[in-house]
Structure formats: structure tokens, C-alpha cells
Design a protein around this ligand. Sequence first.
Ligand code: NAD
Length: 339
Amino acid sequence: MSTTNTNINISFFSTQPYDKVFFTKVNEQFGFKLQFFETHLGPHIVNTVENNSVVCVFVNDKVNEEVVTKLAAKGVKLIALRCAGFNNVDLAACDKLGIRVCRVPAYSPHAVAEHALAMLLTLNRKTHKAYNRVREQNFSLDGLLGFDVFGKTVGVIGTGNIGSAFCKIMIGMGCKVLAFDVIANKELETLGVVFLPIMEVFAQADIISLHCPLNEITKHLINESTIAMMKKGVMLINTSRGALIDTPAVIKALKNKQIGYLGIDVYEQEDKLFFKDLSGDIIQDDTIQRLMSFPNVLVTAHQAFFTEEALSQIAAITLTSISQICANEAITNKAAILL
Ligand code: NAD
């Protein structure tokens, strides 16, 4: 354990009980002082951050210019994202204020890829409905008809860590895999994945799975005009970021059956809903309520990453990066460093 770490406080935001368990365990090797906040990071809470702390955030913490400026005034010099995506952080503001930023570029890509598969198979074979049905002693099959995934054409948008793991799973399932990425993946090409322009992938795929990051180019990638290019009855899976999808356009396409199945683990307005137990509340978001009313829509609450292996790796990679940055040591995981 590094003795210098014992002087470093890390303030965690948006923490859940499992974050405390995994980070506390991994921290036995590091010796940081850990402070866990359940609330999102926002301007309201910055005052409670101890001076000179490292701040550790998750997917729905809004690390905008206002927050970054307040953190800088508290002497914060490092923001560590305990996730891969970083669309919620104003990197330009961090850069201007001399705040370094790191993330967890890859932690069990299999966790997310396997969840995408779970959504695909659940939507297709309706195991969620079958489970409830047999518990009611209803053993009929009517309404549970699925299709063979074998032989179908799967379109994968984004073939980085997760998209690549997903392509390999789908090849193993006997599918024809088409992909689009701004950089073609040679290893996948040798395995038989065909890289095509995105519009071709949209036009040919029976099943489309999104694995690209959210940025200015990919925002609302799935919109009225791209949906119109897809096969009627297409299955769309999004485990990446909610705003890749223009949700009203998708609802319209579900209503006219252009989209036959929708599986989403992420949702553009998820920050007000996900990771909370709202079972006793009146949900004010009519869009998610409409989505959940379709029998061919499956929503999970940003749980694709949620495996033991992934949580252990997230904690280990985050604390290793923080330790190396704070000690000015060589960084072993270069992709972790954003600034
Ligand atoms: P990655 O950086 O390894 O891969 C992303 C890929 O997308 C890269 O190959 C990149 O070239 C490609 N890309 C960039 N712009 C593109 C564009 N315009 N069109 C098509 N492809 C483009 O990231 P990853 O680890 O595979 O993660 C992918 C995304 O999954 C993350 O950005 C994150 O938003 C999301 N994610 C979700 C969960 C979850 O629990 N639901 C967990 C981890 C990551």
C-alpha cells in the first residue's frame, strides 16, 4: 500500500451500495480516504467536497463548466470517471482549469456485450413473459413465437471493445455480421465481419446493436430518416447511450411497426429515473411510460455493465489511475487518461 495515498481523499458521487463494497475492498491495496455521496454531482453539493480531493463520478453526473469551475476553486485537480463513456464531462473546461480527467476505458466488455445478447434473446423468445405465464399455471405457447437468430443479419454500429465482443458472440450464433465504425477493425474482418457504410448496415440488418460513443456526430443517430432506411420489423438494441436514439421517432416507428422490437439499457432522460427505486412514485416522464407500455419493448436500467468481474475491474482500474496520476508515475493504462 502506498503511504502517500493515505493523505488523498476521493469523493465519490452517485454511489450505490455495491460501489462502496467493491471500492472499499480494492482500496485495501491503495489506502485512499474514501467518501461516498449518494447524490449526483452538481453545483449544490460541491461545497461538501473536501479541499484538494479527487472527485469520482459516474454516467449521469453532470460535470459541466459550472461544476468544474467550482471544483477547481476547491483545489480539485483530478476527476476520475468510473465508466467508459465521458460525454457528461466538459473536457474543454477541465483543460482550461488544469483539471486532469481519467476514465475506465475498458472493463469486461463482455459484461455489456452479453447483456445486449440477453436483451436480444429476451425480446425474441419472450422469456420474461414465459416466466410470468408458467407461474400463473398458464402453459400455453400462444403469443410466444420467436425466430431463429441463426442465419440472421446483425448490424453493429461501433466495433471498439464492446462492439467487437458483441460481433464475436453473434458470429458464434451463426449470424452474418455487418458493421460500421469510423475505423475498420482488421481482426473482425478476418473473422468474417463485413464493414459497410452505415446506411448499408441499416438497410440490410435484421437486428441492429449500437456500441458507439455519444458525441455530436452520433447524437440521435437513430432518427426518423435512418429508421425509414431499416427493414420493416427490425430489432434495435441500445446498450450504449440513450441520446443515440431520438425517442419520439422510435415510438412513432414502434406504433407503425417499422421497428419490431426495441431493447434499451440506456435512455436519454435516464438521469431522473435510473439507479433509483421509484416504485412508490408517480413517474412524470410520459415518454418512458409510453415506451414501457409496448409489449415488444424491453427496458433495463443501465445494468449492462453490472457483473462482478466488471465492478472489480472498474474499482481496480480507477484506483490505479488515481494513484499513478497523483504520484506522477508512468500511467500503465494510457487509454484511461483523457487529460
Ligand atoms: P470503445 O471506445 O472501445 O469503442 C467505441 C467505438 O465506436 C470505437 O471503435 C470508435 O471508433 C467507434 N465510433 C466512434 N464514433 C463513431 C461513429 N460516429 N459511428 C460509429 N462508430 C463510432 O468503447 P466501448 O468500451 O466499446 O464502449 C462503447 C459505448 O458503450 C461507450 O461509449 C459507452 O457509452 C457505452 N457503455 C455502456 C455501458 C452500459 O452499462 N450500458 C457500459 C459501458 C459502456
